[in-house]
Write a protein that binds this ligand. Structure first.
Ligand code: AMP
Length: 301
């Protein structure tokens, strides 16, 4: 097993200008692992409650995702309710019910401790650090974070940042974390906090990778159908790290390719609510979208 993700499994209720869905399977570990499963073997460490049924488990199994690190606790699964206005770049959280997530202490099964690629999804930074230290041999450790942790647990977050080599974060949160409005300055300030690489997710404006001194940027694909942005960030991370774990290549050229694979997977995720579109893509669809990206960004000097 080369890729391990820790994060949330959720039942999401989502409203966008294009429709509404209630209690559908989501969460950072879910989107991440489903996206990564198109590239490599992936395992998750997460917690669910008694309302998590066999049909939900089946979704992970059908994608070959290792769920031996999935803990079943008594109580209800984490629930998140959000809506998007016309500006689909930012979700408005209407309700968060931590439920079983509240007492979550990630336990890593023995056969996963040697994973070389580690994704620390958006959970309490102290838990991220706890997992990071258990996988001290990982050669690529990336973390995600959000405004909630930046505002409420800055000390713990700063400790986590010292021990990961990559931070994958939204543009607004990169600016909040660094206190800088200029993206270049924000990324450099975050690099000074620890991570050598900062991947900034910029919604409809695409993604920018700061890899040491190198900077690489791509736009978002222009899509005909766009219904629900939930999970785009974690799906991006799943495609990005899935490609890296599959290729075992951390060169700058390959990190750039990984950014494209991440953006391609995110472009599928947003075409429908929840996992619906992500579960029906094919390898051919993925490669066709990579070609679309190449055409979109190609020019001759
Ligand atoms: P994103 O990729 O940023 O759109 O993440 C969307 C997912 O994050 C949703 O499926 C939610 O269930 C999950 N989520 C929302 N708030 C939290 C939170 N505070 N902690 C963990 N996961 C969350």
């Amino acid at each position: 097993m080369s890729l391990l993700a820790v994060g949330s499994i959720a039942f999401d209720s989502i409203r966008t200008p294009y429709g509404e869905e209630k209690n559908i399977l989501g969460g950072s570990a879910t989107y991440f692992s489903v996206a990564a499963s198109w590239f490599t073997q992936v395992a998750i460490v997460a917690v669910v409650g008694e309302d998590f049924e066999e049909r939900h488990q089946q979704i992970f199994h059908a994608r070959g995702i290792d769920t031996s690190g999935l803990e079943r606790a008594s109580g209800r699964t984490f629930r998140w309710q959000g809506e998007y206005g016309r500006d689909m770049n930012e979700a408005r959280t209407l309700d968060t019910q931590l439920n079983v997530f509240e007492g979550f202490q990630p336990k890593i099964p023995q056969h996963l401790v040697s994973a070389e690629f580690l994704f620390l999804g958006n959970i309490h930074p102290a838990l991220q650090l706890h997992v990071r230290r258990q996988l001290s041999g990982a050669k690529f450790a990336a973390a995600d974070s959000m405004n909630f942790w930046i505002a409420n647990t800055p000390g713990e977050l700063s400790q986590t940042l010292k021990e990961v080599d990559t931070l994958i974060i939204n543009e607004g949160e990169a600016k909040m974390l660094s206190g800088r409005q200029n993206l270049w300055q924000a990324a450099r300030a975050i690099q000074a906090m620890g991570p050598r690489r900062v991947v900034v997710k910029r919604g409809e404006h695409g993604v920018t990778l700061f890899n040491g001194e190198e900077v690489f940027s791509i736009p978002a694909l222009l899509l005909e159908g766009f219904r629900d942005p939930t999970g785009a960030g974690d799906t991006f991370a799943g495609g990005f790290m899935g490609h890296l774990a599959r290729s075992q290549d951390l060169s700058d050229a390959n990190l750039r390719r990984a950014v494209v694979y991440g953006a391609v997977m995110a472009s599928f995720a947003v075409e429908d609510f929840g996992l619906r579109r992500l579960l029906t893509v094919t390898r051919q669809d993925i490669e066709e979208r990579v070609r679309q990206f190449t055409r979109l960004t190609h020019f001759d000097v």
